[in-house]
Design a protein around this ligand. Sequence first.
Ligand code: PMV
Length: 352
Amino acid sequence: SNQPVYRATTTAPVNIAVIKYWGKRDTTLNLPTNSSLSVTLSQRSLRTLTTASCSPSYPAEDTLNLNGKPQEIQSSKRTLACLSNLRALRKSLEDADSSLPKLSTFHLRIVSENNFPTAAGLASSAAGFAALVRAVADLYQLPQSPQELSRIARQGSGSACRSLMGGYVAWRSGELADGSDSLAEEVAPASHWPEMRALVLVVSAEKKDVPSTEGMQTTVATSELFAQRVSSVVPERMTAIEDAIRVRDFPKFAEITMRDSNTFHATCLDSWPPIFYMNDVSRAAVRLVHDINRAVGRTVAAYTYDAGPNSVIYYEEKDSELVAGTVKAILGTNITGWDGPFYEPLANLTAP
Ligand code: PMV
């Protein structure tokens, strides 16, 4: 038969939080206990590539293939929520204009590929859900802004809402119970701070110990440090880091970034039973960054860690040799348990 196939392809970048999202106040809608802020990385080294297609000839049900493997999307409430939100938006376009093909009635085929290890604490779910939402929104020719689409991506994976924009992106926690004000917002475009670089150290490419959703639930329910993090520590840091970004104050940006990573991991250690994401190699990288900063006499590097042992080190281009050079020379050869590779320094500076 001569059935049409409609198709759209897109890529989405990884983002690495400098103020961490950790804790849900609503697990169905993925509403966070606190606001967070991230830097969107360049797509040259880390990105998800996704093609979405639909056709009246596609049988049975929507399908998703990730890195060559079919995924069970019917049991993934998160994926289903994203797709049903996107379909509803397409349906309202079709209801308003009867000349449009009825794409909302066709089954979807989504094919997605990461160029980096999945689920190793490299924010693969962020890039993955951002690319899925962007690809289907493009396929459906939806007029919604990236900010409006962030509300949908958030339901796939919280951190995904920050990967629909480039540069420095805040996810405002919002207050409403329906999540309509829990959205990503660009604080500054990547071009605002062209010197900014990130080095990703893949300490281990293994799957992480405790999945983020489960870890968050344990921390929210059991950590005594957590309440203080949410009520005062994070709100103060959000304001301070946005100020630092505005005036490109690297030492201030760096100190807040390192302290927030440490506070996040402290609430994990304070959870019951305790959760460990960093390992000996991660801690060696922390010491090394402090040693470099002390030796240079100013803050030239900042580490941060997500729900896994891998380090991301932020620095400015002018300090590239000092930071990236030293980290590679020392960690690459002198640390046992090192599982490499280094991703080359990334300019953080490509809009998605
Ligand atoms: O988006 P999730 O549910 O995988 O949570 C990510 C949580 C952290 O990566 C640890 C922090 C963050 O803000 O990205």
